[in-house]
Design a protein around this ligand. Structure first.
Ligand code: ADP
Ligand code: ZN
Ligand code: ZN
Length: 739
């Protein structure tokens, strides 16, 4: 009789024992269907054993062994065990959450041979200029296929309308389907094909040094690639990838935003046209995600490009991990398994014995500190790769003695005007969508509070609504003050819509485009907007952080930053770190090509070290200042933290739970079981103390030793599980980024 221990998606930290009746071979990592209560569920075999602690009669038999896909590797299971233990999340839930949804269900899955599309003889002979002018998309597809075969995902990345156009081309007989299996895999079958590499540039000396440092190291090594915007980090990734692909390895490239993946996908495909690349992110359909995952597991996909969830992809030939924009907070999952994909990636590279490159223009303080202390190797690029592209000139406009119109100073208006005259683009950055963050009564001081949250309702003018950005509550803008009846209600502060209308008023002829979550809500909108910007159909861009990241707009020469100051006195100690990163990113949008860029920052505090470092493009000085602050205040990266959070409708319940948890923590510290020094702070309301009618509070635990904190958390969790938590949502967040 064989007992197997199975991981199931349950909020319990145990595995579940089942018995295998017949002598079917199973191995750890295999999926099985087992009975659970009245249902049948999918689980993953974690261990095989000959006996169980349960009485034999009580052990239920396995219903079915699912063997249509390969078992998860022992390596991946170890990684998941580590994550479950480190992040204090049930093992079963951790293991199952790493699988694409389809693989968590009992339905059979089949590995679909990917189809590719190729030009037929008649398609190749076709004179494109004879094609009807209106069939622009068909023309684009045909000319793209001239460069090589493409899969449906690649075609879709050309345009969302590609599948329809493709059908027409297939019907006309100009394009044919071929199965990928019938083509030699250029990487897996040496001699049959070659790995084409479009080497766009000769590396600069600094780039070459960075590439050499990574390729010459052997085994695991963590490299922090700190390069200013435009210094050619992507080019370094490409060269490293080429090296690893040539040797038959797979590469995992983690990126922060789904928004950016289609562009990046196309870009890397163009550099390695015949290495199979798949993307993995939450924007894919369940079917596509499963197929891409399987292609990675089979080893056929050589490059996996994905957001944080892709860090758990099985990669039998993994040879290199790259985390681009490693400082980005989106690498941290904020619910369920609260992992940091960057940190898991580092564990994974270490486990596998391969190099990992963390790239950023503004590294996280954690990574920078690790590079300073020698745990990571620091690779720095201080200049832009293109000789002609200089870093922009950054200046501050002191707003304490300046008249502002809708949040814009005269100096900034003038700078915009100059760009309009020269036919260059400008960007105004403001991290607030809507028209104004709050509406106020001038007579009685009434403000537009959200009835459900400890926040304000934001004024959205085009649709005349007050809207809460936390809980979604919305009402029509009142005609008069609900408090005193006064009709004079004033918007206070500025948002993107207000800036947009102020610009329209001042520059009636200018083409202004607002880019924020409201204007890009519909799928494909942002893509269309990007095209407009590239085609020079826009003079002034107004937008939030969506605009800051990774986009290259060659004709953009001015960036204005409207009101960055609130981050300087935020209660979140990471706010100024984030602000610097954001402003350096957004400043990096100016003057990418041959035209010099200028950045104007409106601030009350032009002498603040943050702005001084930005002006001097001196991240190192800024990081040094911040590290000193953190060291003396005893904040990360000098300590390790965990946050216990609770929220519920009853304030008393929330606090009772946290106080009991705190009592248990203190008792544990006095018990002598814990060897390291651990600090237990007081129970305090969350930064947003009420959201969607739930009271929120938290308890911070911290230690100067990661090991000490882990030992404490393991013991503490046992006490936490014994506490009553009905009607509460509780979570433990290890290495929290939000407070
Ligand atoms: P980053 O990722 O550091 O912001 P990119 O890799 O996007 O920088 O490079 C910025 C620009 O410089 C791109 O237009 C790229 O094509 C160009 N570039 C990169 N490396 C080189 C090089 N060695 N020679 C010439 N141009 C380069
Ligand atoms: Zn009033
Ligand atoms: Zn609300």
């Amino acid at each position: 009789m064989l007992i197997i221990r199975v991981a199931l998606d349950m909020p319990l930290s145990t595995l579940f024992d089942y018995v295998l009746k017949e002598d079917i071979a199973v191995e750890p990592g295999q999926r099985v269907v087992v009975p659970f209560g009245r249902k049948q569920v999918v689980g993953v075999v974690m261990e095989c054993a000959v006996n169980s602690e349960l009485e034999t009669e009580r052990i239920k038999p396995v219903v079915r062994v699912l063997d249509e896909i390969l078992p998860l590797s022992a390596e991946l299971l170890t990684l998941l065990r580590f994550c479950s233990d480190y992040y204090r999340h049930p093992l079963g839930a951790t293991v199952l959450s790493a699988l694409p949804v389809r693989l968590r269900s009992c339905e059979p899955v089949a590995f679909k041979e990917a189809l590719q599309f190729t030009l037929s003889d008649s398609g190749r002979a076709l004179d494109l200029s004879l094609l009807h002018k209106r069939k622009v998309l068909q023309q684009r597809i045909l000319s793209a296929l001239h460069a090589g075969n493409m899969g449906i995902a690649q075609l879709r990345a050309l345009s969302p309308g590609a599948p329809t156009a493709l059908k027409a081309l297939l019907r006309a007989g100009w394009v044919q389907e071929v199965s990928v299996a019938s083509l030699p895999d250029p990487v897996l079958s040496p001699g049959k094909g070659r790995l084409t590499f479009n080497n766009a540039h000769t590396l600069t000396a600094a780039q070459q040094q960075a590439v050499d440092a990574v390729t010459q190291s052997s085994g695991y090594g963590c490299f922090l690639l700190h390069g200013v915007t435009g210094s050619g980090k992507t080019e370094i990734y490409v060269h490293l990838m080429h090296r690893m692909l040539q040797q038959g390895g797979q590469v995992l490239l983690l990126v922060p935003e789904i928004n950016l993946t289609p562009q990046l996908e196309n870009y890397f495909r163009s550099r390695f046209p015949d290495a199979e690349l798949v993307s993995l992110h939450s924007g894919l359909s369940n079917g596509a995600r499963t197929q891409n995952w399987l292609r990675a597991q089979s080893g056929r996909a050589r490059i996996v490009l994905g957001t944080r969830l892709s860090v758990f992809t099985p990669l039998p030939q993994l040879a290199l991990v790259i985390v681009d924009e490693e400082h980005d907070a989106s690498f941290k999952q904020q619910d369920g398994l609260r992992y940091s994909a960057r940190d898991v990636a580092i564990f994974r590279a270490n486990q596998r014995g391969v190099p990992i490159v963390l790239g950023s223009a503004t590294p996280s303080l954690e990574s920078y500190y690790n590079a300073q202390s020698g745990r990571y190797r620091l690779l720095q690029l201080t200049e832009r790769a293109l000789a002609a592209a200089h870093l922009p000139a950054v200046r501050c406009i002191n707003t304490s003695n300046t008249f502002m119109r809708h949040g814009i100073s005269e100096q900034l208006f003038t700078a915009l005007e100059i760009r309009l005259q020269r036919g260059e683009q400008s960007l105004l950055f403001i991290n607030r969508r809507g028209y104004a963050p709050v509406l106020m009564c001038t007579a009685c001081g009434w403000v537009s509070d959200c009835p459900n949250c400890a926040g304000k309702l934001v004024l959205h003018l085009p649709d005349k609504r007050l809207r809460c950005h936390h809980c979604g509550h919305q009402v029509r803008v009142p005609h008069a003050c609900p408090g005193c009846g006064n009709a004079d209600l004033q918007p206070v502060g500025i948002g993107t819509q207000r800036v947009e209308s102020a610009l329209q008023e001042r520059f009636p002829k200018a083409r202004i485009l607002r880019v924020d979550r409201d204007s890009t809500r519909n799928k494909g909108m942002w893509n269309a907007m990007r095209r407009q910007i590239h085609d020079d159909e826009v003079d002034i861009l107004v937008g939030t952080q969506i605009l800051a990241k990774g986009h290259d707009f060659p004709n953009l020469t001015l960036v204005g930053v409207l009101n960055p100051d609130s981050a300087l006195y935020s209660s979140d100690f990471r706010a100024s770190e984030k602000l610097f990163a954001q402003l350096a990113q957004v400043a990096g949008r100016a003057g990418r090509a041959d035209k010099p860029g200028e950045v104007l920052i409106q601030t009350f505090f032009p002498d603040h070290p943050l702005f001084r470092s930005l002006r001097e493009h001196d991240y190192n000085a800024w990081a040094k200042t911040l590290l000193e602050e953190r060291r003396s205040a005893g904040f990360p990266p000098f300590v390790y933290q965990a946050m216990l959070r609770a929220e519920g409708k009853q304030e008393s319940e929330v606090f009772r739970y946290l106080h009991e948890a705190r009592t248990a923590a203190v008792a544990l510290l006095h018990s002598g079981e814990i060897s390291g020094k651990v600090d237990v702070f007081g129970v305090v309301p969350a930064a947003m103390p009420r959201r969607a009618n739930h009271i929120r509070a938290q308890l911070l635990i911290q230690s100067t030793s990661r090991k000490g904190l882990q030992q404490f958390l393991r013991a503490w969790q046992i006490s936490l599980e014994a506490l009553a938590t009905q009607k509460l949502r509780c979570s433990l967040d290890v290495d929290p980024l939000e407070y």
